[in-house]
Design a protein around this ligand. Sequence first.
Ligand SMILES: Nc1ncnc2c1ncn2[C@@H]1O[C@H](COP(=O)(O)OP(=O)(O)OP(=O)(O)O)[C@@H](O)[C@H]1O
Ligand SMILES: [Mg+2]
Length: 308
Amino acid sequence: MINLENKKLKYIVEALFDKPIDDKELLVNRKKELEHLNKIAYFQPMGIFGVCGETGVGKTTTLNFINAENAKRLYILITEKDSKEVIIGDFLYKLSLLQINSKNNKVRKLATEARDFILNEMSYNTSYGGGINFAANVSYEKSINNKKRFNIYSVKEHIDNLLSLLIEEYGKVLIIVDELDKEKKEEVLNILDSLKSVLFKENIITIVSLPFSIYREYSNDRMRWNESGNLENIFKDMVFLEPLKAEDIKKMILKRIKEYPDYFEMDALDEIATFSDGNPRDALWIAQQVALFNTDKNKITKELVKKG
Ligand SMILES: Nc1ncnc2c1ncn2[C@@H]1O[C@H](COP(=O)(O)OP(=O)(O)OP(=O)(O)O)[C@@H](O)[C@H]1O
Ligand SMILES: [Mg+2]
């Protein structure tokens, strides 16, 4: 039974759903940070750069808005982590998949070769028909975990050839490596160290997300790490994402529920902003919970937020 109220609440709950955004209309603040990141992407000749901040503060969202007008942008999620070989293999696999439908024949050919190479290198015995699909990915994940002994030099060569061709085609390549912040610190270091060996190349800019806790820990305790394990030696520059101001938290919520701007009373929004402590994910979660717990109400007051 969909009535008008249900429709409104469904809209509100969906609008408050927590996911990284790429719609500029919904973005608040981060102007300074994005300017800095855009300058890095545009002017720096090469190198690995970090974006760090606590979980839910908006790292992925910020990465989504980096403007790479002079570069080919590649968004890569590293999911493998148990050895350097496997990490670099994973990187090549993801990179090749991104380019496998390229309009450029040469790029498409190299990407296909690279993908076939990496799939062949892994002793994978689950058979599947057709191209890359979800099932194939599952067997790939499984097999890449089982086999740690593939030819790292060939993998690096494939990556190098593919990246060189992309540089030739686009001039510059911007590689976004997200979700490293989900890994354990030893794994983060291992991944970064592995990637460094293939990404330190003229006209390749890599931007990586990293949780603040890891960065703080390493920068306070550098002696524990050798040269390669030292974050300061890996990152040429680091952009910090501070929590948002209360004003921005309120703006963020209002932008999302723009069809019902009066749903939250102003002091209810103040209350949500205070509870969230400037963390946009927390603010969305609180706002959504309050909406879900008060489906019988047409408007949310400060008291309802406090009760929730
Ligand atoms: N500047 C912003 N403007 C509008 N919404 C934002 C902004 N920053 C973050 N958000 C929202 O807050 C939530 C958390 O953001 P995001 O997923 O980008 O954080 P994160 O730092 O990548 O989190 P994680 O540590 O889990 O990877 C998302 O729902 C996102 O849409
Ligand atoms: Mg994220």
